[in-house]
Design a protein around this ligand. Structure first.
Ligand SMILES: Nc1nc2c(ncn2[C@@H]2O[C@H](COP(=O)(O)OP(=O)(O)OP(=O)(O)O)[C@@H](O)[C@H]2O)c(=O)[nH]1
Ligand SMILES: [Mg+2]
Length: 443
């Protein structure tokens, strides 16, 4: 059982908060403002992971230094800052190669981490279900594998159980043995996850047989996704002012005004530059977004850079092949910054402003979602024999009947039906096409 200690210590077990120096490098085409915004977010990530920022160092470069990422002189300066402030660890906002990480640690005499390691650390703290834990462990081992080195001693932070402990493991001496053991564990986890995903797919099939549409809440971490689900369905999902509070999807039934109920799912939050390995490992969880009929994209209107967060979410959605799923943009936390919410809602046509906290705008949100879903349903023409009263009843129940005509061969029904219903009633379908509204909405 060598490597599942990857998920080791939790925040609560930690006796002290580490002191961290943040390092950000501005590379073209970015400017210093980008670096500052990104460092602010890194500070939040570090805080969520249970450590304190004590200083920040920045540098402008054309390209990263292959040895230390920053220049040698800057690295020396970093060492002096660490000594003066008694910092335990440095965290780079940029991704370090295994060699840069090693060289920095040799020079600084302390742990050097990057943004990815911090995010992995938070995910490890927040993983609760079997699947969530397996996904995080897989991401951590994939990160760790190329960073194994011969004879490296356990650093201070490893012994104490600080940030990044999980991405490093115990002092790695038996290099090849460790490498093979990690590889075996990775293979094992990949198999386990494939099995869990199979179960999940079966469950989803069960749900789509229910004929309900799947609506998935996506958005930047801390935007208020879980709060919205709770507000709408009293789901009792943990909503907290920390990043990545939610890792496991929760699904609840939601009644919509004047329409069929839908299944509403809360998901893991996104962040700028979400480590690719993490997206890869969380594919099965993130799949609820790509399989959704509609996305509710929650944005924190009071955040410093809502547009940047929208872009970051769209990038991840593209990566998980969910970019084609239609979305309803929702500007949340309107109570905190009404002006910003209002401005953003006007700027993005068809979006709505809400407060999951106070409930403001929730009625409009539900009406809008309900309209969009109805418009999306296709008009399907079915020919149902007279002796299949059950099928006729199902069409009336699940869809919105546009016309019914009694012919020699049976009842010819035109109805707006969800994709799931169309699939199930396939034997009676004679024609199916996008409705006028859906067509105009897509253009
Ligand atoms: N003032 C205000 N705070 C809100 C609102 N919605 C959510 N919050 C707060 O924002 C924080 C994050 O909310 P969550 O619902 O956990 O956000 P999330 O998007 O699920 O976050 P992750 O699961 O961590 O990605 C919590 O402290 C909420 O109480 C709102 O409309 N107004
Ligand atoms: Mg959440």
């Amino acid at each position: 059982m060598p490597y599942n200690e990857a998920l080791g210590t939790t925040l609560i077990e930690r006796a002290f908060r580490e002191r961290i120096v943040l390092v950000g490098v501005t590379l073209p085409p970015n400017d210093e403002a980008d670096t500052d915004a990104s460092l602010d977010e890194l500070a939040l990530l570090v805080d969520t992971a249970g450590a304190d920022e004590v200083a920040r160092l920045t540098q402008n470069r054309d390209r990263p230094d292959p040895q230390y990422f920053i220049g040698k002189g800057k690295a020396e300066e970093l060492k002096q800052v660490c000594l003066a402030l008694d910092a335990d660890t440095v965290v780079f906002d940029n991704e370090l190669t295994p060699a840069q990480q090693y060289n920095l640690e040799q020079l600084l005499g302390r742990t050097a981490l990057d943004r990815t390691a911090v995010i992995l650390d938070i995910f490890a703290q927040n993983a609760h279900t079997q699947e969530g834990k397996a996904q995080v462990e897989l991401a951590i081992l994939r990160y760790r594998l190329p960073r194994l080195r011969r004879g490296a001693k356990a650093s201070m932070s490893q012994q104490a159980g600080g940030i990044g402990t999980r991405t490093r493991g115990k002092g790695e001496t038996k290099l090849e043995v460790d490498r093979r053991a990690i590889q075996r564990r990775i293979d094992h986890l990949v198999r386990d996850l494939a099995e869990m995903q199979r179960t999940r797919t079966l469950q989803r099939k069960g749900r789509s047989r229910s004929g309900l549409l799947n609506v998935t809440i996506v958005g930047y971490t801390n935007a208020g996704k879980s709060s919205l689900l709770n507000r709408l369905t009293s789901a009792g999902v943990l909503a907290e002012d920390r990043l990545f509070a939610t890792l496991d999807p929760t699904t609840r039934r939601l009644a919509l005004p004047g329409g069929e109920p839908v299944l509403l799912t809360d998901t893991v939050g996104f962040v700028r530059r979400l480590p690719h390995g993490l997206v890869e490992s969380f594919k099965s969880t993130l799949e609820v977004a790509s399989n959704a009929d509609y996305l509710v994209h929650v944005v924190d209107a009071s955040a410093p850079d809502p547009e940047g967060q929208i872009d970051a979410v769209h990038e991840v959605l593209t990566e998980i092949e969910a970019a084609a799923v239609p979305e309803l943009l929702v500007f949340n936390k309107a109570d905190l910054d009404p002006e910003s919410a209002d401005r953003l809602a006007k700027l993005h046509e068809g979006s709505v402003a809400i407060s999951a906290q106070t409930g403001a705008g929730i009625g409009t949100f539900l009406d809008t979602l309900s309209d969009r879903l109805r418009a999306m349903a296709r008009i399907t023409e079915l020919l149902v024999p007279y002796d299949r009263g059950d099928v006729i009843a199902a069409v009336r129940r699940e869809g919105e009947v546009v016309s019914e005509e009694y012919t020699d061969d049976g009842v010819r029904i035109r109805a707006r039906l969800g994709a799931a219903s169309v699939g199930r009633l396939g034997a009676y379908v004679v024609a199916s096409g996008a409705s006028d509204r859906a067509a105009s909405e897509m253009s």
